[in-house]
Design a protein around this ligand. Structure first.
Ligand SMILES: [Zn+2]
Length: 313
């Protein structure tokens, strides 16, 4: 389940990115899969099918900030994309019908993509969505007793950190650069997002004391110090020299925006991953093997053993 329908459709079909005539939607159908393109179709299929393919967007799905609140990105074109919590509920319904057990991989993949694009608000909202999914999975496992291993891990880091708040009400052209309105240490104060709604999200991001999250890696780009309320951030555009990128002039005129010279080569159009160890948390049978510092390949063995595969130790 996810986006990327363009890669499943044969050449010539509306929205296809394929260069051949393979029709993967038909192949899946022929193999007994129910195919869903909206949340309603997914929920319906999950009730009756034991195989389910969900393709909810031609490209990447939209993140939760656009789907639920701002309606930017491709939400108007694909208005019925399910939330990750709904997808996981459907997946658990379908997979748990198998008496031999199952493996389910869930990714809140836009956390990464938004962070590449230096769109920190959207990345944070999709992190809250992942948190909701972890809660959902834990409640589901708890209701079954103690037969489900849940692992939560990142596949890599981004070099970003919360360093304080941005203090600006977004209503007037500031007479000082917005950079001077970043509060650090005791000047940061607490952000003033409205209380979270029932799903855990602040219903507004354009508040006057906002999280200041910056990346330590970037191409040249215009830092606007404010959430992008129309569409997800696009920090760069194709440069004049082949294979290069430059700052997107679209943000230049935003009040308080400043050109920030990057530390990445010109062939990079976005922020990059970083090499720290990542956090792995676990609950359920086999989780006792998760402690201290372990190699990433060990995660595979922990999962294989929980599923009763192979020869064990
Ligand atoms: Zn990435």
């Amino acid at each position: 389940m996810g986006g990327g329908a363009a890669n499943f459709l044969p050449k010539g079909a509306n929205g296809s990115k394929r260069r051949d005539d393979s029709d993967y939607v038909t192949k899946f159908r022929d193999d007994g899969y129910a195919v869903a393109t909206t949340a309603a179709e997914m929920n319906d299929a999950a009730k009756r099918s034991d195989r389910l393919l969900g393709l909810f967007n031609n490209g990447n799905m939209d993140g939760v900030l656009d789907r639920k609140y701002l309606k930017g990105g491709t939400v108007k074109k694909f208005p019925e994309q399910p939330d990750l919590t709904e997808q996981v509920t459907a997946a658990l319904d379908v997979l748990s019908r198998n008496p031999r057990g199952f493996f389910l991989m869930v990714e809140s993949g836009l956390i990464d993509k938004y962070t590449h694009a230096l769109d920190m608000e959207r990345a944070v909202y999709d992190t809250i969505m992942l948190d909701n999914v972890v809660k959902l999975a834990r409640d589901w496992a708890k209701a079954r007793g103690d037969d489900t291993l849940i692992l939560v891990v990142a596949d890599h880091n981004h070099p970003i950190s919360l360093i304080g708040t941005i203090n600006d009400d977004m209503t007037q052209t500031p007479n000082v650069p917005l950079r001077e309105r970043i509060g650090t240490y005791d000047k940061a104060g607490f952000p003033n997002y409205p209380p979270p709604d029932k799903d855990g999200y602040p219903p507004r991001v354009d508040v006057s004391r906002r999280l200041a999250i910056f990346s330590a890696s970037s191409p040249d780009y215009y830092e606007t110090f404010r959430p992008k309320l129309d569409d997800p951030n696009e920090p760069t555009v194709t440069g004049s020299a082949k294979g290069t990128y430059e700052a997107n002039e679209r943000y230049r005129a935003m009040p308080g925006a400043m050109l920030r010279l990057g530390n990445l080569p010109k062939y990079m159009n976005a922020s990059v991953h970083s090499g720290e160890d990542v956090i792995l948390t676990a609950i359920g049978p086999g989780s006792e093997r998760v402690h201290g510092q372990i190699e990433n390949t060990e995660v595979f063995r922990i999962m294989a053993e929980a599923l009763g595969l192979g020869h064990g130790e």
